[in-house]
Structures are given as structure tokens and as C-alpha cells.
Design a protein around this ligand. Structure first.
Ligand code: C2E
Ligand code: CA
Ligand code: CA
Ligand code: CA
Length: 275
């Protein structure tokens, strides 16, 4: 092992200290973020490839920090999960997503991302039922997105909440498909309405033939299972062309639209819907 020079240890300790102080500060700020109205949602469309029309939007969380500016979810969802704040934030997201959806045309859906902790919270069903009722939104217009890793622990309770959601009329999508380890088992055992092929596959599809083969197979698997399939992270016209050839249902990505604020949704529907 390399011998650390004098001062090295001290340097790393300071760096660590700073990181942890930073994190604590962010955590303290996050606690009041909802009350101060600093959280907001942006919405990214799903484009159906048959009809060339927008079939819904995924709600993505943002934090407008008064000093640090716009903070992406990758920088604060983890903190929210560790501190338990995710329950309050998650409830806010569902309620806001349903309220926003209430202004959209009736045949499109909103998809909301879930954290594992939320999914294992006993009160979650009641929260969803209440959010739908308060916004007067029909349950089938709400989709919950979960990842495979969330199913790894407490599989039993996850399955029962999943089934209860379906009973309610909501739908569940399997997000980041292909990045976990037991995808196929879950597909066989749980009633997903849709799978979302992870963007890493779409990104490498045109440069790695193996990757294209996987994407093609996943799409045909979804078709055989009679569930929907979305390709995430579509950035180029070439990728879109391939996905059309493979008969993919829906695509999502910067090529179609970046996520837009709530007040941009109706305008986007106007420009993309009529073709
Ligand atoms: P995700 O659910 O897989 O969302 C897709 C992410 O990819 C989003 O990042 C989106 O802005 C980005 N994206 C969309 N199209 C493209 C593209 O063409 N190219 C590239 N490079 N990226 C694209 P975002 O909004 O930063 O969200 C990151 C992750 O944070 C999400 O990944 C999701 O896991 C989590 N997240 C977002 N909102 C929420 C929320 O309300 N609750 C929870 N629990 N997690 C959330
Ligand atoms: Ca998602
Ligand atoms: Ca994803
Ligand atoms: Ca279709």
C-alpha cells in the first residue's frame, strides 16, 4: 500500500467533513422545502408510435433552492429517503401530479416515480385514493413507476401493494428495465402494465449489435406478454427509426421533448398531437 504523506489524512478528513456538513445543510433545507413552496414538477411526454400522439406524461421532481439554484432529484431523493422525508415529499408529488393531470385531456395519463421506502409504507394506498378523489381523477389515469431493485427486499408486501393498486384501477410500470438482475421472474409473477427499457440500452443500441438485439427482444417479449413497452432516453432520429422498426409502443426522450413545466403541457399537446 502507498504511504500517505504528511497532511494527507487530514486533507481527506476535511473533505469528508465538508461533504457531510454540506449534506446536513441540504437535509435541513429539504425539511422546509415543501412549506416554502420550493418543490415543483416537470413533465416529460410519452409518444405513441402508432398514432404519433402523446399518451401521457411522466412527472419528474425538481427543487428550486433559494441559494443553490435548481437541484436535480439525484442530489436530494437519497437524502429524503435516509431521513424519512420521502413520505411527505412522495405524498406531495402524487397530489400535485393528480391535480395537474385534472387539467389535461381525459385520455392521457400521468406517471409518478416511487421510492422503495414509499412503496413499503402501509398508508400509501390511502394516500393515493385520497389524491385521486381530491383531484377528481379516474384511477386508470395514474401510473406508478417502480424499479426492480425495489422488489428485492420485502417482495411479499410489494406484491400485495401492487395488486391493491391494480384493484383500485391504477397501473404500474417497471422502470429502468434491464438494469436489475431478476427482471423476468418479476414479469412472470407481478401484474405490470408496462415496462420501460432503460436509457442505457437505447443509448448503445446503434453502436452495439448485442444491445440492439436485447432491445428488440424485450419489445417482442412485452408484446407476447400483452403489456406496454416504452423506450426511455431517445435522443436521435436514428434511434427512433430503429424503435419503430422493432414495433415499440411508446418512446420518451429529449428528441421528443425535454421535461416541461406544468404550464407547458397543453402547448406541447397542441404542437405534437396534430400531425
Ligand atoms: P427516471 O425515472 O429513470 O427518469 C428519467 C430521467 O432521465 C429523468 O432525469 C429525465 O429528465 C432523464 N431523461 C429523459 N429523457 C432523456 C434523454 O433523452 N436523455 C437523457 N440523457 N436523459 C433523459 P431526472 O428528472 O433528473 O430524474 C432522475 C431520477 O430521479 C429519475 O429517473 C427517478 O428515478 C428519480 N425521480 C424523479 N422524480 C422523482 C419523484 O418524484 N420521486 C422519486 N422517488 N424519484 C424521482
Ligand atoms: Ca421513471
Ligand atoms: Ca427510467
Ligand atoms: Ca401503440
Amino acid at each position: 500500500a502507498k504511504k500517505a504523506g504528511p497532511g494527507t489524512v487530514c486533507f481527506f478528513e476535511q473533505a469528508d467533513d465538508k461533504a457531510s456538513r454540506d449534506r446536513k445543510a441540504l437535509q435541513a433545507d429539504l425539511e422546509g422545502a415543501i412549506a416554502r413552496d420550493e418543490l415543483f414538477l416537470v413533465f416529460q411526454p410519452f409518444l405513441d408510435l402508432d398514432g404519433n400522439r402523446i399518451t401521457g406524461f411522466e412527472a419528474l421532481l425538481r427543487w428550486q433552492h433559494p441559494q443553490r439554484g435548481l437541484i436535480p432529484p439525484s442530489e436530494f431523493i437519497g437524502i429524503a429517503e435516509e431521513t424519512g422525508l420521502i413520505h411527505e415529499i412522495g405524498e406531495w408529488v402524487i397530489r400535485r401530479a393528480c391535480m395537474t393531470l385534472a387539467d389535461w385531456p381525459v385520455d392521457i395519463r400521468v406517471a409518478v416515480n416511487f421510492s422503495a421506502a414509499q412503496f413499503h409504507n402501509a398508508g400509501i394506498l390511502q394516500t393515493i385514493v385520497q389524491a385521486l378523489a381530491d383531484a377528481r381523477v379516474e384511477p386508470h389515469r395514474l401510473e406508478i413507476e417502480i424499479t426492480e431493485s425495489m422488489l428485492l427486499s420485502k417482495y411479499g408486501s410489494a406484491a400485495s401493494i401492487l395488486n391493491a393498486l391494480l384493484q383500485l384501477g391504477a397501473t404500474v410500470a417497471l422502470d429502468d428495465f434491464g438494469t436489475g438482475f431478476s427482471s423476468l421472474t418479476y414479469l412472470r409473477k407481478l401484474p405490470f402494465s408496462r415496462i420501460k427499457i432503460d436509457q442505457s440500452f437505447i443509448r448503445d443500441m446503434l453502436v452495439q449489435p448485442d444491445c440492439a438485439a436485447i432491445v428488440k427482444s424485450v419489445i417482442s417479449l412485452a408484446r407476447d406478454l400483452r403489456i406496454g413497452v416504452v423506450a426511455e432516453g431517445v435522443e436521435t432520429a436514428d434511434q427512433l427509426e430503429y424503435l419503430r422498426q422493432f414495433n415499440c409502443d411508446e418512446v420518451q426522450g429529449y428528441l421528443i421533448s425535454r421535461p416541461v413545466p406544468a404550464d407547458g403541457v397543453l402547448a406541447l399537446l397542441d404542437t405534437k398531437q396534430v400531425r
